[in-house]
Design a protein around this ligand. Structure first.
Ligand code: NAP
Length: 324
């Protein structure tokens, strides 16, 4: 495993990390969770990503129980959660907000579900246009000061929104956002490569990127149709099916398979290495519905030295015309 600093912070995170969206709860429970977490940790993963909203709070509960059962010392891993969407329907101030009342309530709920005293990383899961950014920055800074989280950051905020938060923190000597969590993969590039470029250089923001396989598309598993045991076949994920069965995308995936075959790796390993090659990326958050995927994915960094200019240009020719 390789480790990178989380942006300009002192914290080192594994370049490949492991997250629980979709999988913990609906696909992974009990021993399977323990086996996947262990396989990731055996490969050197020290960062595990989660969110309040995943599986309606169950994902935090499952991960927390697993940590306890595995008996990992708390100082040996970095765990995150993210707040914004909330869990309580029909209660004012408890949904789709980053106001002070919700954030203080929500961090306590997350810690209780995890069974932990603190999370290492706390993300504002989406921007909140209805709360003054000053209020959110003060509150995140207060949560850090309380010891319930060590670093705070954002997820899918625009560069302007992050810079506004950073400026508030700078002006008032508050804790600054340290990291952002955007989507990044061969088919989703613009935000990381264009929009954030200047911001990362100016502020030292670190990126922990999500959906590096575009929910599985870049593994090539949808080339011949929709496998029954895949994410796009899960109830509630019908919205993925049009993308996964798109003929142009799957033609590109066929060609990408040729690139991976030529390098002697799998398509998933190629796609993960492609994200990791970007020096602005502190960690590539992988997801997996079974242990074999974790094991395969954790070998992706072996592909980094094979990503020559020729290989990268070939990948660009195949995927850039389809990318956003
Ligand atoms: N901040 C945010 O808003 C946000 C949003 C989304 C995700 N995230 C974080 O990012 C993490 C990763 O996102 P993601 O799960 O969408 O990542 P992804 O890598 O794009 O997709 C992971 C899925 O692809 C399939 N897969 C993985 N490895 C494979 C392999 N080697 N061969 C074949 N199929 C493979 C599995 O699905 P199946 O086997 O079920 O098909 C797996 O669950 C999440 O767990 C979460 O922590 C954050």
């Amino acid at each position: 495993m390789q480790y990178r600093h989380l942006g300009s912070s002192g914290l080192e995170v594994s370049l490949l990390s492991f997250g629980s969206w979709v999988t913990f709860g609906p696909q992974l429970k009990d021993d399977l969770v323990l086996d996947c977490l262990s396989a990731a940790r055996d490969a050197g993963v020290n960062f595990f990503d989660n969110a309040e909203a995943y599986a309606g709070g169950e994902s935090e509960r499952i991960m927390g129980h697993a940590f306890a059962e595995l008996g990992w010392p708390r100082h040996s891993y970095v765990v995150s959660t993210k707040l914004f969407w909330g869990l309580e329907d029909g209660v004012v101030n408890m949904k789709n907000t980053l106001n002070a009342k919700y954030l203080h309530h929500a961090i306590d709920g997350s810690l209780e579900r995890f069974g932990l005293d603190f999370v290492d990383l706390l993300f504002c899961h989406r921007p909140d246009p209805n709360t003054p950014v000053e209020e959110t920055v003060w509150t995140m800074s207060d949560i850090i000061a309380s010891g319930k989280a060590l670093y705070w950051g954002t997820s899918e905020w625009s560069a302007d929104e992050i810079r506004a938060a950073w400026d508030v923190a700078e002006r008032h000597h508050l804790r600054k956002p340290v990291m952002e969590q955007p989507q990044y993969n061969m088919l989703w590039r613009r935000r990381v490569e264009v929009e954030y470029a200047r911001l990362c250089d100016d502020t030292g923001l670190g990126l922990t990127v999500w959906s590096p396989l575009a929910s599985g598309l870049l593994s090539g598993k949808y080339i011949d149709g929709l496998p029954e045991d895949s994410r796009a076949a899960l109830p509630g994920y019908e919205w993925l099916r049009a993308t996964m069965s798109d003929p142009d995308r799957n033609a590109a995936m066929r060609e990408l398979k040729g690139v991976a075959d030529g390098l002697g790796c799998t398509m998933s390993q190629l796609a993960l290495a492609w994200c990791a090659r970007n020096p602005r990326v502190s960690s590539v958050i992988t997801g997996a519905s079974r242990v074999s995927q974790v094991k395969e994915n954790m070998e992706a960094l072996d592909v980094l030295p094979l990503l020559t200019d020729d290989a990268l240009n070939h990948i660009d020719r195949v995927t850039k015309p389809l990318s956003r």
